[in-house]
Design a protein around this ligand. Sequence first.
Ligand code: SAM
Length: 428
Amino acid sequence: MNTRLIAARVLSRVLQDGQSLTAALDNALQAVESSKDRAFIQALCYGVCRQYHRLDFILSQLLDKPLKDTDVKALALVGLYQLKFMRVKPHAAVSETVLATRKKPWAKSLINAVLRTYLREQEGLEEKADKEQTAAASHPEWLIKQIEQDWPEQAQKILLENNQQPPMALRVNLSRTSRDHYLQALMDKDIAAVAVSFCPSAIMLDKPVPVDLLPGFAEGLVSVQDAAAQLAAELLDVQPGHRVLDVCAAPGGKTAHILESQSQLKELVAVDIDESRMQRVSENCQRLNLQAKLVVGDAANPEGWWDGKPFDRILLDAPCSALGVIRRHPDIKLLRRAEDIKPLQALQKNILQAVWPLLAPGGLLLYATCSILKQENEQQVQVFLAEHDDAVELSIEADWGSAGKCGRQILTGESGMDGFYYARISKQ
Ligand SMILES: C[S@@+](CC[C@H](N)C(=O)[O-])C[C@H]1O[C@@H](n2cnc3c(N)ncnc32)[C@H](O)[C@@H]1O
């Protein structure tokens, strides 16, 4: 099947049905045999999501009235994306995209006209897009406002970073090998990479590579994980004999890292509400040969799964807006709505309150999100501290991110990392 048509159908699932790009792509790519075609479809889909608000503005300038057919609209966006952002020859981009209208002959002349007019009027259209805020930043208006409100000085940089392709970062399994040895193994395979100075397990690759080309991946020597997410294990400060609770654990990146970093835990209990995502925790643990007690349950209702024994450490990697990982999931800009934030904030608060009694006196809870919004981060923790006399914040002194009113925030792109937030709360 025509690769542009597959990409347009994937985008249509996102735009019309609200499906995540990862799920829609995984599904569509199963039927595509050539790895070159798969890479092209992926580049089109991620690219269109990253540039959606710009491309959509330009498309609106090229049409008399909005396109109701989402498949055809998605195809027009795929066409425009190639012309503006890819090195595909313009005549090939136009003719191949027009060919993809085969099943909807009525759309053939429309797509043809849109793409050819764009090529003729490109300069003027792009100038117009540069003057329109949502198009210029390629973000929805509510999100631009929200980022400007929370981070007035850094907002422009955050918006730019959100539209970049993120680096591929690896977590070396330090219980099996050293980072220097692994860097050498990468060098032997001509994979260029550097160590991340402030995170002992992290490596950043110059260019992304398929995981099956990574030495020792199947044997568990290494995992793919952003450096910001790798900071959790160290901040949790797990010691031999500890009972650790990892709430909201799936797909298990941090679960595995905690287990790799301390082989003498008494027990690690990993809880997540989503059974299918929990399956991925199980697969990750299997590949890495790690043991955890996996529980499918609601973190906001521990009565359903807690055995009554306190934990020395709790990691709460809370469900959040994920606005710190837009680089990796650009469909967030299309799917997330301003009104999603308050319910997420309420859920975070519920879970935080519900798991606090499970922590032993003297124990430590690490609150984490992959968000850059203050409501989900420092404001959430501030309210919690004010409402709990037995909770004390332990400040995080580090050479990454920046300290806020409480906790520490990494803004998207800082030191190449995803946007992340951490706060350490100890129990008196
Ligand atoms: C940010 S992700 C966790 C990522 C994970 N800690 C890791 O490092 O791989 C948030 C998780 O919270 C889970 N979740 C959402 N609501 C929950 C609830 N009420 N109880 C337990 N888990 C929940 C989601 O299923 C999702 O897997």
